[in-house]
Design a protein around this ligand. Structure first.
Ligand SMILES: [Fe+2]
Length: 277
């Protein structure tokens, strides 16, 4: 049987300018090092940690990211609302209401295989949610793919708050999709595996930005925020740049994941002169 392997890189949440600097200094090398065919990144924190503007999403594309995902922070920058219908490379969660602009999944060719990348947001612990249950949403999408007679290989990005919900999704989709990749916490977990049925899984792929930080932000400011109960503005952090994520190898002939490799690559990032204020 013909075996065609592709390797997909999934990058954790890109956090502000330090995240952009880390990508500029390390992504090309990383792609070569791991023989990457396709790159998917969470971009919802690219603009100062909160949202992603049109210009930054285009920059991400130029830096070599093929698909950008986002969830609860995706529309913090209002120009994304107008831009996303024209930007096929950006995915909002598929379980957002139909009135929400943009799309939640896309069909792509990687190597010689056809894939469908699906972005979902979890239902646990997000405030002000008016979204569909992620489990019913994915059932509907997979049913449509199956009924269309397509042999596309599904890949799921699951942007969820709780580990329990992410793990439950792993078992729900076991053998039905090639990968269930968790995002949102900005802390990479050490529970990556490939199930016996060929589904690659990790609870969270962490962040791209500052390693020695509080969620990518300056720890002192975050301490003040939590101690004062005031809406203190988070500040970017330039300590120890890192690119976190996973590389997943998928066999196009079977649709099964063959391996998943956790990546924590430290890269040099430099705070611009005169940045303190
Ligand atoms: Fe998030």
């Amino acid at each position: 049987m013909l075996t065609l392997m592709v390797r997909i890189l999934f990058l954790g949440e890109i956090t502000g300018r330090p995240g952009i600097a880390a990508l500029k200094n390390g992504l090309a090398e990383l792609r070569t090092e791991y023989s990457i065919d396709y790159t998917i990144a969470n971009g919802e924190g690219m603009t100062n940690g909160f949202g992603i503007g049109k210009a930054h999403s285009l920059q991400l594309s130029k830096l070599g990211v093929d698909t950008v995902t986002g969830a609860e922070k995706l529309f913090y920058k209002l120009d994304m609302v107008d831009f996303i219908p024209k930007a096929g490379f950006i995915l909002r969660p598929a379980n957002y209401p139909p009135q929400c602009p943009g799309r939640g999944f896309r069909h792509v060719t990687i190597g010689d295989g056809r894939f469908v990348i699906i972005n979902l947001q979890g239902n646990s612990n997000f405030p002000r949610q008016n979204i569909q249950n992620a489990f019913f949403a994915i059932d509907g999408i997979l049913k449509k793919i199956s009924e269309s007679g397509s042999n596309e290989i599904p890949i799921v990005i699951f942007h969820a708050e709780t580990t329990a919900e992410k793990k439950t999704m792993k078992f729900y989709l076991d053998g039905r999709v090639a990968a269930v990749i968790g995002t949102h916490s900005k802390v990479i977990t050490a529970d990556e595996d490939v199930t016996g049925k060929g589904t690659a899984y990790i609870t969270d792929i962490g962040r791209v930005g500052s390693f020695l930080s509080a969620g990518g932000f300056d720890p002192e400011t975050e301490i003040q925020k939590l101690k004062s109960q005031l809406p203190v503005r988070s500040r970017e952090c330039w300590n120890d740049g890192v690119i976190e994520g996973v590389a997943v190898t998928i066999d196009e002939s079977t649709g099964r994941a063959e391996d998943i490799t956790r990546i924590v690559k430290h890269v040099t990032i430099k705070e611009p002169a005169g940045n303190q204020g």
